[in-house]
Design a protein around this ligand. Structure first.
Ligand SMILES: Cc1ncc(COP(=O)(O)O)c(C=O)c1O
Length: 356
């Protein structure tokens, strides 16, 4: 068979639980999930929708798109829904990249941008982070006539850093109209800084080359259902809608997403839990003499020396966290916030590992 070399050589995803032995014994702090679980309203909606599982879903996600549009002051034509935002990253690459095209992204950001670019035979142009955040002037300088896409992750996974409104707007002003900027805002609900950029007005003003990528997997606690969405210009959204599989968003996901949007209390509780966890981890890690990167998300990255060895040590004590060497950040690990007990447990384990 004629396998494509650039797909055959991609690293395979290694599920944390399989590397780590019996799943029940491990506390998973490696995927930035919501330890409080989904909204009870979402759970009830999933249960109610289950009886309709013999029917295909609404291929247009009509009610969910309308609700998302209303929240943003946009029309449904500005919204597309997906089987997780990861699917949209693949779709964007499928829809825009030819072999040899360039995609500008940070080195030390969400790994899917790199993998999906390589999968299409396109060329990643990776720009090092500055102070652990996106170096937007350097990314603007990296644009060439071959650039088709730019990925900006704000807040950034895995460093937890953000870029403010002024620098993001200055960056957008330097991007030519025919280059699509994908702002991945998977963690926006956790952002703290008062000047975190609200880019919805850009879309209301008709900006054609900006897509805001969001997900229900993080603060909404629906990672297992696979539900993402994006806001963009109607022409761009219509183009992506043609490229996607017809029934990419399940009936259960649509129902759960709609119900989750109505539960402001769950959102506030999840955010408060992340805020408290962040304070706890920053204090404790500093207490160990480490220098954690100030985070605006539901996880924290911290330099520990040998990231692989520290992760092994934590795994042996029952905790999976993420080594970041493979993300271009050797020496760092990323710890997702868990329940209070899990947070205390992983910190006790880390103390032991560092002292051993
Ligand atoms: C920055 C970023 N974007 C996208 C995703 C994918 O999210 P989803 O579960 O919606 O596919 C993740 C998941 O970890 C992420 O961290």
């Amino acid at each position: 068979m004629h396998f494509k070399d650039y797909i055959r050589t991609l690293p395979a995803y290694k599920p944390a639980k399989l590397i780590n032995g019996p799943a029940a014994e491990l506390v998973k702090l490696s995927s930035n999930e919501n330890p409080l679980g989904p909204s009870p309203r979402a759970v009830a909606a999933i249960q109610a929708a289950a009886a309709e599982a013999h029917r295909y879903p609404d291929a247009a996600s009509t009610a969910l798109r309308a609700a998302l549009a209303a929240r943003a002051g946009l029309s449904s034509e500005h919204v597309t829904c997906s089987n997780g935002s990861d699917e949209l990253i693949l779709l964007l690459c499928l829809a825009f990249l030819n072999i040899g095209d360039e995609v500008v992204m940070a080195e030390g950001t969400f790994i899917s941008y790199l993998l999906r670019t390589l999968e299409l035979g396109a060329r990643p142009v990776r720009v090092p982070l500055r102070d652990h955040a996106h170096d937007l002037p350097a990314m603007a300088a990296a644009l060439t006539p071959r650039t088709r896409l730019v990925f900006v992750c704000n807040p950034n996974n895995p460093t937890g850093t953000t870029n403010g409104a002024a620098e993001v707007r200055a960056f957008l002003a330097r991007v030519p109209d025919d280059v699509l900027v994908v702002m991945d805002e998977a963690y926006l609900e956790f952002a703290i800084r008062p000047d975190y950029p609200d880019l919805l007005p850009e879309l209301r003003d008709g900006r054609p080359n900006l897509l805001l990528l969001r997900t229900f997997a993080k603060i909404y606690g629906l990672a297992g259902l696979r539900l993402g969405y994006a806001y963009g210009h109607p022409e761009l959204v219509a183009y992506l809608e043609r490229a996607r599989p017809t029934f990419n968003v399940s009936t259960l996901a649509q129902a759960a997403g709609l119900a989750a949007l109505s539960d402001d209390e769950h959102l506030a509780r999840s955010r408060a839990h992340a805020d408290a966890s962040r304070r706890y981890f920053l204090d404790e890690l500093r207490g160990l003499g480490l220098a954690p990167i100030p985070s605006e998300t539901n996880f924290v990255a911290v330099p520990v020396g040998d990231d692989g060895a520290v992760c092994e040590g934590l795994r042996a004590r029952g905790y999976t966290v993420t080594p970041l060497a493979g993300w271009g950040l050797p020496g760092l690990i990323r710890i997702s916030f868990g329940t209070e007990a899990q947070n205390r447990g992983v910190m006790a384990a880390l103390r032991e590992v560092l002292n051993s």
